[in-house]
Each structure stands twice: as C-alpha cells, then as structure tokens.
Design a binder for this molecule. Structure first.
Ligand SMILES: Nc1nc2c(ncn2[C@@H]2O[C@H](COP(=O)(O)OP(=O)(O)OP(=O)(O)O)[C@@H](O)[C@H]2O)c(=O)[nH]1
Ligand SMILES: O=C([O-])CC(=O)C(=O)O
Ligand SMILES: [Mn+2]
Length: 605
C-alpha cells in the first residue's frame, strides 16, 4: 500500500464515489502487464498478435463512435470564463463538477479501479512533474505504461518527498452490474474531457480513445502544463524534437509544431535523402521548453512512447517508425488485422494482403472493400494508431534521456494548406515568428471528430490544447522572447508540405525530401545563404534550396516555394478577422506585424 497521504486520501474519495469492485495500484511490472493483457483478451477488448511477427503486442478495435479526440466535449473550467478565452469551451467549475459527479456516481460498479502513478518528463528532472491517473480501463493502464514513466519508480519518487501530483480521473462511463453485460469497448455516448487549470486537475468521462483517456498526454502535458508554463516561465508545446547533423559534423536541434496528423512523427524520424546529413529523434508530439542557465532554450520530450497515426506509415515514408513497430511491445488500435495475426493499414504496402479484417471487424473482400460496406472504405480508420516505446526507434538520440533536454536552434511551425503558404519561410524576428505561429492555419484532419478539410487557424498547432486564454498565450510567447538576448533565441520558420496545383496534386514530394528544407534551415542558421524578403516571410533565393536528384519541374518548384500576391490578398483579411476575433488580450506585436505585412504588400504589388 502506498503511504503518500494525499494520494491515499484521493483514491479513497474517488472509490467512495465511483464504487469499483476492486482497487489496483499499478507497479508497471511485466507480470502486471501480462495480467492486464489476459483480462483484456478475456473481455474481448484486445487480441494478442502473432508472437513471431509482432512480439508482445496487442490489437484493439474501439467502438466505431470512439475513434478520435472530442473537441466539442473538451472544456477548460477556469474559475473566470475570460481565462479560458475564445478558443476553449468553458463551464463554471462548480457546475461542471456537479454535472460530472452525477456521472461518476457508481460509474465503476463491477470494474476495477486502477491507480497509475506517473511522471511526465524525467523522474530525476530538477522539478519532476508527477501525475496519478485513476481509470477503470486496463487498456488505458497498458497504454500509459508505454507512453509515460509510470509505476513503482514514479510512486517511490513521489513518496520520497510527498510530492504534489496532478490528479487525473478517467472512467469509460459504463458500470457493470452483471459481468456478462460487458462489451469489448466500453464507453458512453456522453463524453467530457475537462480541465481545472487553477487546481491542476483533470476529469475525463465516457471515452476510451487515447487522446481522451491517456491523461498524461494532451490533457496534462499540453493543457495543464501550458498553464504551469505560463505561471512558471516555460512553454508546453505540440512539437516534435529532432537532432540534425550536417556533413561537416555540426549538430542542431529543431522543434516543429504541426497540427494533429500533419507530419510531426514523420519529420521526427526522417531519413534524409541528401548526402551526408542525418537525423536523430528526441520526440514526436510534445516538447517542454525552458531556459537554461546559459540563456538558451532547452527542449525535453515528456513522453516515453509514440502514439502515431498508422495510415501512411510505410517503408518508403517512415522506415524508422516501421522499425520501431517491428520491435513489438506495441498496442495497435483501429488498424486492420491480417489472417496470420499481424496488422495492416493503408500505406504500409501497395496492395492489401488477402483475408484482411477491417477496423470494424468485417472481412475485407477481394474487390477492395469490407463485406457489406461501401467500395472505397478504408481497412484502417484514418485516425488508427500505433502505440510503441520510443526507445525502439533505431535513430533515437542519446540525449533523449537527458533530464536537462537539448538546446533548441530552430523552431518550425507548419500547417496543411493547399495554397498561400510557401514551402518554407523564415521569420524576420522573434515577434514575426510568433505571428507566423499565431496565424498558422490548417485544413482539419481525422485526428479530431468533425468535418475533415475545413480551413481553421491553429496557433502554434495548439488550438485544441492551450489551457488558458489564447491572447495570454501569445503574450507569453512574446515575453519568452524578451527573457533572453536575441542571439540566443531559436530562429523561427514556417513550412507547408501540402501546397497543391490546380488539379489537387501535391507540388512537393514531402516526407524524406523534407530534409532539403531542413538543410536550408541550417544554412540560414549558419548564415551561408541569403533570402528574398516577402510579405510571406523570408524565402529561399532561386537555386539555394538543394533539389539535386529530385524529380521536380522548375515550374512546380517555383510554385511551391513562391510568394503569391493574389493568394495573400485573400489571406491578409482572413488573418486580420481572426486576430480580431480573439479579443483585446492579443499582444500588440501581432498588430504591428500585420501592419508591416500590409505595408509590404502595398509596396510590392
Ligand atoms: N503530402 C505529405 N503528407 C505527409 C507528409 N508528412 C506526413 N504526411 C502525412 O500526414 C499524416 C500524418 O502524419 P504524422 O507524422 O503521423 O502526423 P502527426 O503530426 O505526428 O500527428 P499527431 O500524432 O496526430 O499529432 C500521414 O498520413 C502522413 O502520410 C509530407 O511531407 N507530405
Ligand atoms: O491526442 C491524440 O489523439 C493524438 C495526437 O497526437 C493528436 O491528436 O495530436
Ligand atoms: Mn499530436
């Protein structure tokens, strides 16, 4: 039994409310994992994959209505409504607690309450960030084991100092009065993903999907941590971290923020196509950025696993992710199952293997669709995921486990835009870089429920993850830039791999070829190439972007890297309207940058 008084008391309170049949404190051991998998096999939630092909791995199919983050049901319940800002759903915390307490009342009947002590970031960090998730899902428990530093070690470190922790309560919301009533994927139509920023507390109900239920990830490491960062002078960001080494052996660290399903995992594990360059991975989704004593910004990845989009992950796009997955020890969700007990998804190989079972459990027919389903339906859900220990990445940087993190040389923002945004642009200054991040936009993907392909602004790729007022968040970014000398700050860039021609064809091959853009970024850091200053930012000069050996026409290249005055004439009013819609907390620097761009456009027809 743990002796952390605060923890024991909280577990007792939750148990009194939710009335589970049993309580289990997770130690994170291999035996415990085996027990949980056995239970999940018995309840039909997972099947074990073929031990020869995917050792120690399982496959889960969710309820077809529980496949992504539910942004409409995600709330920031700050005490004051204005502290949640215009981009978050808000409800009065007392009202929300009353509503959810009713839902939690008896919600774990017939199930086991699992207590998962965990640490986001390194347990021996200067100020370790602890959390404890209570959940009634063993699927969540085995996923948290991959994604976080959890179990006995985290608990011991917490107990050593009676450290405070973020309490994170999760229930699938399906009590069992008769065990034979259980379903493979218990969940509830009513879903709430709720954050109490002042109390640093998370309540989640009704969903078992990763982004809604693995509360260390988006809920803690982004929404709650962004509030901690505001108060303590650091940043919690939706960013990958990579280390890039040039043929001369000089290394640089790059953080990049792209919205969900817009290429972070792919870039983080990139295999450069240009001679002599190499990439090592440090993180693929979340970065915590703090100033070191030398005044530089340092990044750590608070997670220990990859929770990656499966479709599109294949040998030709991301061989390092494939290698990590081949290592086994993984949980696959909503992909397709092969006849020999392996997994498959669109983009893994050119054609589907025979006798597939799709993500809804339907046999896959030779005509290329599920039995009883529509032609053209995918075998794997577009937001299907692999959950794999990051340590299995063949190109993991040796600094991944360094509690102090790595110094950041460049920050890249990106989005998924068919037009307007050039392949790569550098910011003229820190505040122009913050402006680029702030006005970043993207066409929506399947990572959240709702329509796909709709253009929305996604500041720093954090729109669904900022735990407070977006205006205060942008001001915090500006302040971070003012807390050190200009030359120590990372350079800021803005990229777009997704620009298309009039026929909808991607103009840029992307994936591994994005190494050519990283090379240009390094050449800018080293001040070896010049730029063309445009309203869209500082763009590569003709001939500077290395396209040796690349199959791209001059016309396509010009179109993908170029500034389009007509497209920007449409864009500028959209940006202005959007900034206005955020209200008066937006820092004045954003208006200044907008004005500078408008000026430049007027000068340069
Ligand atoms: N056209 C094109 N598609 C890309 C590129 N990089 C990634 N993609 C596609 O974008 C999708 C998502 O890529 P990921 O790297 O998994 O995205 P992510 O940002 O890590 O997503 P989250 O885990 O949801 O935060 C996949 O379907 C990829 O095939 C690129 O350079 N060009
Ligand atoms: O949270 C999730 O569901 C997965 C993810 O990384 C994202 O959506 O950005
Ligand atoms: Mn993500």
């Amino acid at each position: 039994m743990p002796h952390h008084a605060g923890l024991v008391k909280w577990v007792q309170e939750v148990a009194a409310l939710t009335r589970p049949a049993a309580i289990h404190y997770c130690d994170g051991s291999d035996t415990e994992y085996e027990t949980f998998v056995d239970l999940l096999v018995e309840s039909g939630t997972v099947v074990r994959l073929n031990e020869e092909i995917k050792p120690n791995s399982v496959y889960a199919r969710t309820d077809p209505d529980d496949v992504a983050r539910v942004e409409d049901s995600t709330f920031i319940c700050s005490v004051k409504e204005n502290d949640a800002g215009p981009t978050n759903n808000w409800m009065d915390p007392d009202k929300m607690k009353a509503t959810m307490t009713k839902l939690y009342d008896g919600c774990m009947r017939g199930r086991t309450l699992y207590v998962i002590p965990f640490c986001m970031g390194h347990i021996d960090a200067a100020e370790p960030k602890f959390g404890v998730e209570i959940t009634d899902s063993a699927y969540v428990a085995i996923s948290m084991r991959i994604m976080t530093r959890m179990g006995a070690e985290a608990l011991a470190a917490m107990e050593a100092t009676e450290a405070s922790f973020v309490p994170a309560l999760h229930s699938v919301g399906m009590p069992l009065d008769d065990p034979t009533d259980d379903v493979p994927w218990p969940c509830n139509d009513v879903k709430y993903i709720v954050h109490f920023p002042e109390e640093r507390m998370i309540w989640s109900y009704g969903s078992g999907y990763g982004g809604n239920s693995l509360l260390g990830k988006k809920c803690y490491a982004l929404r709650i941590a962004s509030v901690m960062g505001r108060d303590e002078g650091w940043l919690a960001e939706h960013m990958l971290i990579l280390k890039l080494t040039s043929p001369e052996g000089r290394s640089y660290h790059v953080c990049a923020a792209f919205p969900s399903a817009c290429g972070k995992t792919n870039l983080a594990m990139l295999e450069p196509t240009i001679e002599g360059w190499s990439v090592e991975t440090l993180g693929d989704d979340i970065a915590w950025l703090r100033f070191g004593e030398d005044g530089r910004l340092y990044a750590v990845n608070p997670e220990t696993g990859l929770f990656g989009v499966a479709p599109g992950t294949g040998m030709d796009t991301n061989p390092n992710a494939v290698a990590a997955i081949e290592g086994g020890n993984s949980i696959f969700t909503n992909v397709a199952l092969t006849a020999d007990g392996d997994v498959w998804w669109e983009g893994m190989s050119r054609s589907a293997p025979p006798n597939l079972t799709d993500w809804k459990g339907r046999p896959w027919t030779a005509r290329g669709g599920p039995e009883g389903g529509r032609l053209g339906e995918k075998a794997a859900h577009p937001n299907s995921r692999f959950c794999t220990p990051i340590e299995q990445t063949p190109i993991l940087s040796k600094d991944y486990n360094n509690p102090a993190g790595v110094p950041v040389d460049a920050i890249i923002f990106g989005g998924r835009r068919q037009n307007t945004i050039p392949l790569v642009a550098q910011s003229r200054s820190w505040s122009h870089g913050v402006f680029m991040g702030a006005t970043c936009s993207s066409e929506t993907t399947a990572a959240a429920t709702g329509a796909v392909g709709v253009l929305r602004r996604d500041p720093m790729a954090m729109l669904p993850f900022i735990g407070y007022h977006v205006g205060d968040y942008l001001a915090h970014w500006i302040e971070m830039g003012n807390s050190t000398t200009h030359d120590k700050l990372p350079k800021i860039f803005y990229v777009n791999w997704f620009r298309r021609d009039a026929d909808g064809r991607f103009l840029w091959p992307g994936f591994k070829e994005n190494s050519r853009v990283l090379k240009w970024v390094v050449e800018r850091i080293e001040d070896r190439v010049g730029v063309i200053d445009t309203p869209a930012g500082m763009l590569p000069q003709p001939g500077d972007l290395d396209v040796t050996g690349l199959d791209i026409t001059d016309a396509d290249l010009a179109a993908v890297i170029g500034y389009s005055p007509t497209e920007w004439a449409d864009e500028l009013p959209r940006i202005r309207r959007w900034l206005r819609s955020l209200g008066s907390k937006v820092p004045v620097e954003m208006d200044d940058e907008l004005w500078l761009i408008a000026e430049a456009m007027a000068r340069r027809p």
